[in-house]
Each structure stands twice: as C-alpha cells, then as structure tokens.
Design a protein around this ligand. Structure first.
Ligand SMILES: CC(C)(COP(=O)(O)OP(=O)(O)OC[C@H]1O[C@@H](n2cnc3c(N)ncnc32)[C@H](O)[C@@H]1OP(=O)(O)O)[C@@H](O)C(=O)NCCC(=O)NCCS
Length: 192
C-alpha cells in the first residue's frame, strides 16, 4: 500500500496540518488529514534512554546485517546488505533505536525525497520482541517532525492493510480529496 500526504504549515504556530494519502499494491488506498505538533512526542528522548533505548539519526553505528535481520523478522524480503547501504546513503532522514543491552537495532524508519516539497517514508519496522511498547510511534513521530521542520509539505508512505490503524493516529488518512496513489507494475510476458 502506498500512503502519501500533503501538509500545510503555518510558521506562526507549532501545530501543522498533515494530509496523507495511502495506496496499496493490493488496490487499497488510504489518506489522512490531522493536526500534528512538531514539538511534542509521546515519549521523550530521556524516557527512551532511561528504558535502555538509544536514539540515532545516522548510520555510522548501525550494523546493517542486524538491521536486515529485523527486516526479515517482520516479514520483509531479505535484501542485499550492500544495496541497503546504498539505499541508506541516498536517504534524507532516518531514525533508529538501539537496545543498549544488546547494542542491536530494534526500531527503524527512513524517508527519501527532494528535501523541499516531497518525502516518502520507507522501512518502518520494530523488532517483534519490542513491538507494542511505543517504539514504532517514537520513530514515526520524530521522522514526521523532522520532515515538517524542513518545511516538507507532502509526505507519502506505503502500508500493509493491517498497519493502517497504526498510521491513522499519526496523521495519515486515505484518499484525501479523492486523490489516489498509483504504483507502476511491469506487465508480465505471456509464457509460450
Ligand atoms: C507497525 C509497527 C511498526 C508498529 O510498531 P510498534 O512499536 O509495535 O507500535 P507502537 O507500540 O509504537 O504502537 C503505537 C500505537 O499504535 C497502535 N498500533 C500498533 N500497531 C498497530 C496495528 N498494526 N494496527 C493498529 N494499531 C496499531 C498501538 O496499539 C499503539 O496505540 P496507542 O498509542 O493508542 O497505545 C510494528 O508492528 C512492525 O514493525 N510491524 C511489522 C512491519 C510493518 O508492518 N511495518 C509497516 C510497513 S507498512
């Protein structure tokens, strides 16, 4: 599923309006429009730290094999780690959370884009052993806030249908103003 959104910001206020659309490769489209705040997160960096979670915004200490293991653990296809490195080097904003006890990544999200108008969020994952304790929300809130602070007003992402309920409270809706996302699919050649 592809989600993407438009955000209208008022520089005089800390509250911004986020509009998001979401379209899926299984023909599911979702958009969102909701006010969000740039300044607040449901859990502070200090609270994360006190619970043994370190927040990172670069790949310098990120073990990509460990990250790949998290992707695989949540059901994403295993990808070539060298290609993941290239993808992350071409990523504008990323966040990951390290569990201090194991020094391993347990939550991750990233966004690519043009740096001014548009961004697409990719690879939002939380290690299954750490799901349900607020880490997914923690990375998403910070990533969206970072994009808003850069003035980026159109944000998109893909979502599995089962995760729509996770994205909606974060400001994402389906089909705002009837806008639908579309995904290019290569035509299969007929077998002879
Ligand atoms: C989706 C995912 C990133 C959520 O991360 P998480 O750390 O488990 O979620 P959080 O604990 O931060 O949950 C935040 C809120 O979203 C809700 N939520 C989490 N997953 C949800 C889901 N699948 N459907 C509906 N609500 C969900 C939680 O109940 C919580 O609600 P609350 O704020 O009212 O308490 C994680 O489950 C995951 O990695 N899933 C597998 C990979 C995946 O599907 N990624 C998204 C690709 S589109």
């Amino acid at each position: 599923m592809l989600l993407h959104g438009n955000m209208i910001s008022n520089p005089a206020r800390t509250h911004l309006t986020l509009k998001t659309s979401h379209t899926h490769h299984r023909n599911l489209t979702i958009f969102a429009q909701q006010p969000i705040t740039t300044a607040t997160c449901s859990i502070s960096d200090e609270d994360l730290l006190s619970r043994g979670f370190n927040l990172h915004r670069s790949i310098s200490h990120l073990n990509l094999d460990h990250l790949n293991s998290v992707f695989v653990a949540v059901g994403f296809p295993k990808r070539d780690t060298t290609k993941i490195r290239v993808a992350l080097e071409h990523t504008d904003s990323l966040l990951w959370i390290e569990y201090e006890k194991t020094s391993r990544p347990v939550a991750f999200a990233r966004a690519t884009g043009d740096g001014v108008f548009n961004a697409i969020i990719w690879d939002v994952v939380v290690d299954p052993s750490f799901q349900g304790i607020g880490l997914g929300k923690a990375v998403m809130e910070r990533l969206v806030n970072e994009l808003l602070e850069k003035g980026i007003t159109n944000i998109a992402l893909y979502s599995e249908p089962r995760v729509l309920g996770f994205y909606r409270p974060l400001g994402f809706v389906a089909d705002p103003d009837g806008i639908r996302g579309m995904v290019y699919t290569r035509k299969q050649k007929k077998k002879k």
